[in-house]
Design a binder for this molecule. Structure first.
Ligand SMILES: Cc1ncc(COP(=O)(O)O)c(C=O)c1O
Length: 383
């Protein structure tokens, strides 16, 4: 039975041209990497601030290993919670202005843990339609009644709030690179006695004063803030920021926290270093602003170009095969920019998802943009 199911699902995916594959990068996440004999400039990494290859940060992880050994050895409530974890939590709290920061091994698990532990039967959960799969899946599996509001549409959110609810949105949307109207959304939540949870996976480190993220940029403080460490931090893991009672509650009841081995203390040690670097190294955000100008200067006006206030630059192709041929063409010019296809994005909106990082140079971004212009012109001539 299972073999047949597996074979059928794989065949359908293949026939729709939607199969994905793992790519082995010899040197790991580098600004330039080799595959086979070819070298590519990496325009698909979420390491927006260019932290993952930063010697200072690598050195911190090594120091953490020397101080604390390799793994944490247990879940946090047993013996897995070290001084390094406690200091990371404290650093996040003072930087972002919360009482508590509860650590998780991934953003996916942090999102699931919050929704599963907080929601009960009869509750209302209202989510932006384009929220990440981890949020949508948890919402659907939770006992709450889940509704969606139209993407970034506070008026529509307002109509969905038939009772006090948990409202969940992202600070920056990962496939579109647009930002959420958080100020409006927070006002509506306050008026409707609802709590707001913001997943700022793509905004933390990148937006706001000292890289405090989307909420700081919009001047709001949601009841629950999710920050993830796999993108702007250049590492991995996540934290939920909240007030003390909520933190105490999650410590007791968030199953992905309670029943999962704590992240290695050396990683927590490196994450604290990353948080300090993000706060003090404004030049990384300035570099991103410069790169965004270079990208916009060459591409604005071209069909498929989308202007975004973040380093995420979707270039909309429409159908999946067009996106794939554009990605292949860019590869032939030495640029790695991944084609994103349904079901990750809605049908008819397949795209190239380009991400700029502080490790790129304006010249590299200009060269990528020129290759996009050239491919689009050739494609238009042919069709
Ligand atoms: C908005 C959002 N939330 C959560 C996640 C999951 O985070 P992690 O990769 O740490 O599991 C991602 C991405 O991968 C994301 O884009």
């Amino acid at each position: 039975m299972f073999s047949q199911r597996i074979e059928q699902a794989l065949t359908i995916r293949q026939e729709k041209g939607l199969s994905r594959q793992l790519n082995v990068l010899e040197g790991g996440n580098q600004p330039m990497f080799c595959q086979g004999s070819r070298q590519y400039i990496n325009f698909s990494s979420n390491d927006y601030l260019g932290m993952a290859t930063e010697p200072e940060l690598i050195q911190a992880w090594k120091e953490g290993l020397d101080k604390y050994g390799a793994g944490s050895g247990a879940s946090p409530l047993v013996t897995g919670f070290s001084r390094a974890h406690a200091e990371l939590e404290q650093t996040l709290c003072s930087w972002l202005g919360y009482d508590r920061a509860i650590l998780f091994n991934s953003g996916f698990s942090a999102n699931q843990a919050v929704l599963f532990s907080l929601l009960e039967k009869g509750d209302l959960l209202v989510q932006d339609k384009l929220n990440h799969a981890s949020l949508m899946e948890a919402g659907m599996l939770s006992p709450a009644n889940m509704k969606r509001f139209r993407h970034n549409d506070p008026e529509h959110l307002n109509t969905q709030l038939s009772q006090p609810a948990l409202v969940v949105t992202e600070g920056v949307f990962s496939m579109d690179g647009d930002t959420s109207p958080l100020k409006n959304i927070k006002q509506i939540c306050d008026k409707q006695n609802s709590w707001l949870m913001v997943d700022d996976a793509h905004g933390i480190g990148v937006l706001g004063e000292e890289g405090k993220g989307s909420c700081c940029a919009e001047g709001i403080k949601p009841q629950l803030l999710i920050v993830t460490f796999g993108k702007g931090f250049g590492l991995s893991g996540a934290a939920v920021l909240c007030d003390k009672p909520t933190g105490d509650y999650l410590t007791q009841f968030a199953r992905h926290h309670v029943y999962s081995t704590a992240m290695p203390p050396a990683q927590a040690y490196a994450l604290k270093k990353a948080a300090n670097m993000i706060q003090s190294q404004q030049w990384r955000r300035d570099r991103l602003a410069e790169l965004q100008s270079a990208y916009n200067d060459t591409l604005s006006g071209l069909e498929g170009f989308v202007s975004t206030p973040t380093p995420i630059k979707p270039f909309i192709c429409g159908d999946a095969s067009h996106a794939l041929s554009m990605a292949d063409n860019l590869k032939s010019h030495g640029f790695w920019a991944t084609a994103i296809r349904p079901p990750t994005v809605p049908n008819g909106s397949a795209r190239i998802r380009i991400t700029l990082t502080a490790n790129h140079s304006p010249e590299q971004v200009k060269a990528l943009a020129e290759a996009i212009v050239q491919f689009s012109e050739e494609h238009n001539r042919e069709s």
